[in-house]
Design a protein around this ligand. Sequence first.
Ligand SMILES: Cc1ncc(COP(=O)(O)O)c(C=O)c1O
Length: 308
Amino acid sequence: MTDTTTHTAEADDRNDRLLIHVDGKLVPKAEAVVSVYDSGFMLGDGMWEGMRLYDGEWAFFDAHMDRLYDSCKAVRLEIGKTREELRAILDETAAANGMTGDAHCRLMITRGRKAKPFQHPGLSKWGPTIVAIIEHSVPAAALSRGLRLASVPQVRGLPHSQDPKFNSHSKLNCIIACLQAEEAGADEALMLDPHGFVNTTNACNFFIVRKGEVWTSTGDYCMNGVTRANVIRVCREAGIPVFEKNFSLYEAYSADEAFLTGTFGAQTPVAEIDGRAIGDGARPVTERIRALYKDLVARTVAAQKAAR
Ligand SMILES: Cc1ncc(COP(=O)(O)O)c(C=O)c1O
């Protein structure tokens, strides 16, 4: 298996000694468990958000909460807590672990513990289950070399099968794509949409740069990534032409630059797709977007702090 994925962080021994929030309690990592009857464990019936801590603030907290509450509403999963109560859980967990920055959380909400080991959501009698894992996290320096992508047969599909906008606990579709990429000798999968246009990767959104223009998929078949939206925003603010449009592998292979977006790694460069080197290794537009995004994070975090 590859040792570099889009979520590879620098090694940090403190992550062996974390305190994890499990249903109202802070417990040591080794004791942080849920029931084998939990809807998330048994069926992947839950939603999650990944957020990053900068200077004591969860960057783009409102956008993450919008997505989480929208997803849970769509599947009738009652969170039973306000956004501020969720933020308090995250703040308390970060404080208990001595974190104010360089940390990444996975906040998970499942439909809770079931009375019987079967699918019907009505059997989830005791819920939701709320877990927050926050790890010390600095994206690995090796990621700056760029990831190798392989296009794979697995697609992120139509909204009426399982809407790709759900950040659901079940990631089997993406995991199958990831395995296919591994089998092709790559680090990450480049997934197409049902029409064969370039869509997204198994864990991040995908952008290319051609002749100074920034292109990403239409957004119809991929996760509505918070970082994706912010990259589009900073491009627009800076006057960089940015388009959400259909394009195929044909244009991806001959792009000048390509990068992935996600909360964990912000913008991660792509070195090759299906064995073809992307561009000549220079990444001026990606670097500019990285700087603009860093500035947006700093502005947003300052505004969030001021609003508390
Ligand atoms: C499939 C997929 N695409 C993209 C993303 C990136 O989203 P965001 O920028 O909100 O972290 C994620 C993260 O959860 C994801 O699971």
